[in-house]
Design a protein around this ligand. Structure first.
Ligand SMILES: Cc1ncc(COP(=O)(O)O)c(C=O)c1O
Length: 412
C-alpha cells in the first residue's frame, strides 16, 4: 500500500482509523504455505486474537486457512465467518469446564492445557477427541509478557507431568488426537523452534492415535526496513525434514499445524492519526495526535516500537519528534523519532498495526474506538464503523433516581 492511497482513505473515512491490506495478508499466507510445501498435510490456523474483524476472518477462510481461537466468542465469530467447526481449534487457558463443553458441542477441536480439566472433560466426554497443550519449558519470545512456554508460565501441561497425563488418559479412555505447543511471540531464532519441536516429537510417541502436531506460532516479523525476522524459509526446510522423518517413525502421515497471528496480519495493518498539536518544550518537540493507548496500546504495554511517518509531508525535512496521545497519563507512541516535518493537521502513519492493535483497543477516557477499512483490489471497504456516543452509553444503567435530592422526590 502506498502513502497516497492511505492519505486518500484518511480523507474519505476520517482519522483515527485502521487500514488493512488484503494483498499483504494473502502474500504472507502463501509465503508460509510455500515454506512448508514438502509436508503432505499442512494446516495453518490463523490466530483470531491478532485481528478478529469478521471480514478479516472471511478473508482467511477464503485463503484456505483454519482458525485458532481462545474464547467461545472467537469460536462463534469463526463459525459466523464461514469456518467449518472442524477447521477451528479452541485453545483456552484457565476457562471453565462449561465453556469448553459449549465449544465442544459446536463441534470444534478442543485443546486442553491443564490436567484438572483434562480429567473432568475426559470422564464426561470420553468419545470427544482432544488435543493437549504441552509446556516444553523453553524460554522463547521477544519479551517476558509474550514468553509463554517456560517453567513459570501458566500455559500448557508440563512435560514432567506426562506420566500423570497418561494415567488420566488410561483412566478415562479418552482419545488424544493432537499435541500442541506455543512458546511465545517474536521468536527470532529458528533453533528455538527446532529444539522445542524435538520435545513435541518425544511427547508424541506416547500417543498412538494422533492426527496432528501443532507447533503454535511466534514468528518474528520485521518492524522496519532491513529489520531482522524469523527465517521462515529455513525453518520450513529444516522442520519439514524432521517432521517427515518423525511421521515415518510414527507410522502415519500426520498433519503439521501452525497458528500464526502476527506473521499473517502485522505488516498488513496501518494506523492513521491526525496531529492536533505540535508543542515545543524544553526537552523535545511533541506531536500530539487525536488518539492514544486506548487505540494502540502496544508501545505502552510492551514497549513495542511502531515505525511512524508523516504521510501528509513525506518529502519534508526530517526533524526529531516525540509522538504522544491524548490520554491523561503517560501516553507515548514513540520518543525522539526522526519524522519529516510535522504541521498541525498532518496525518501520521503507524506501521505493523495489523496484529494486537485494534483487538486491544478500548473506550478508555470514554473515547470512540476507530473504524477499520480493508483495502482489497485497489478499493477501500469499510469493515467497522466508527463508534458513536450511543456505543459509549450502550449497556450502562443510569440509576439516577438513587441520587435525586429529597426536594425533587417530594415534588414528584
Ligand atoms: C495459543 C496461541 N497461538 C498462537 C498465537 C499467535 O502468536 P503470533 O501472533 O506470535 O503468531 C498466540 C499468541 O499469543 C497464542 O497464544
Amino acid at each position: 500500500m502506498n502513502s497516497l492511497n492511505l492519505l486518500k482513505i484518511a480523507e474519505q473515512f476520517g482519522a483515527p482509523l485502521y487500514v488493512y491490506d488484503a494483498e499483504k495478508i494473502s502474500s504472507q499466507f502463501k509465503r508460509l504455505t510455500n515454506a512448508f510445501k514438502g509436508v503432505s498435510n499442512l494446516r495453518l490456523n490463523y490466530a483470531a486474537k491478532a485481528l478478529s474483524n469478521i471480514s478479516i476472518l472471511r478473508l482467511m477462510e477464503h485463503l484456505g486457512s483454519g482458525l485458532d481461537t481462545v474464547s467461545i466468542q472467537e469460536v462463534k465469530l469463526g463459525l459466523m465467518a464461514g469456518f467449518k467447526p472442524e477447521s477451528i481449534i479452541y485453545t483456552p487457558n484457565g476457562v471453565s469446564l462449561e465453556e469448553i463443553e459449549e465449544a465442544s458441542a459446536l463441534g470444534v477441536q478442543i485443546n486442553i492445557d491443564n490436567l484438572s480439566v483434562l480429567e473432568q472433560f475426559g470422564s464426561k466426554h470420553p468419545d470427544v477427541p482432544v488435543c493437549i497443550r504441552i509446556n516444553p519449558h523453553v524460554m522463547a519470545g521477544g519479551n517476558s509478557n509474550i514468553s509463554v512456554g517456560h517453567i513459570d508460565s501458566k500455559f500448557g501441561i508440563s512435560i514432567h507431568q506426562i506420566p500423570h497425563l497418561l494415567r488420566i488418559v488410561d483412566l478415562t479412555q479418552m482419545n488424544i488426537n493432537g499435541i500442541h505447543m506455543h512458546t511465545g511471540s517474536d521468536i527470532l531464532d529458528i533453533d528455538v523452534f527446532l529444539y522445542a519441536s524435538e520435545i513435541l516429537f518425544e511427547t508424541a510417541k506416547n500417543f498412538k492415535d494422533l492426527d496432528f502436531i501443532d507447533f503454535g506460532s511466534g514468528f518474528k516479523v520485521p518492524y522496519k526496513a532491513g529489520d531482522i525476522e524469523t527465517n521462515i524459509e529455513e525453518l520450513g526446510k529444516k522442520l519439514t525434514t524432521r517432521f517427515n522423518e518423525f511421521c515415518t517413525e510414527y507410522g502415519k502421515e500426520l498433519t503439521l499445524a501452525f497458528e500464526p497471528g502476527k506473521f499473517l496480519v502485522s505488516e498488513a495493518g496501518y494506523f492513521l492519526a491526525k496531529v492536533n498539536v505540535v508543542k515545543q518544550t524544553t526537552s523535545t518537540v511533541f506531536a500530539s495526535v487525536d488518539s492514544g493507548f486506548n487505540h494502540l496500546i502496544r508501545p505502552m504495554l510492551y514497549g513495542a516500537s511502531h515505525q511512524i511517518s508523516n504521510i501528509s509531508n513525506p518529502k519534508g525535512r526530517e526533524r526529531y519528534y516525540s509522538v504522544v496521545g491524548y490520554i491523561c497519563e503517560t501516553d507515548t507512541f514513540g520518543s525522539n523519532r526522526r519524522i519529516s516535518e510535522i504541521s498541525e493537521g498532518d496525518v501520521l502513519c503507524f506501521k505493523n498495526a495489523g496484529a494486537y492493535c485494534f483487538t486491544m483497543a478500548s473506550n478508555y477516557n470514554s473515547r470512540f474506538r476507530p473504524p477499520e477499512v480493508l483495502w482489497h483490489n485497489g478499493k477501500a471497504h469499510l469493515i467497522r464503523e466508527r463508534e458513536t456516543f450511543d456505543d459509549i452509553l450502550r449497556n450502562q444503567v443510569d440509576v439516577k433516581e438513587l441520587f435525586e435530592s429529597p426536594e425533587k422526590i417530594a415534588a414528584k
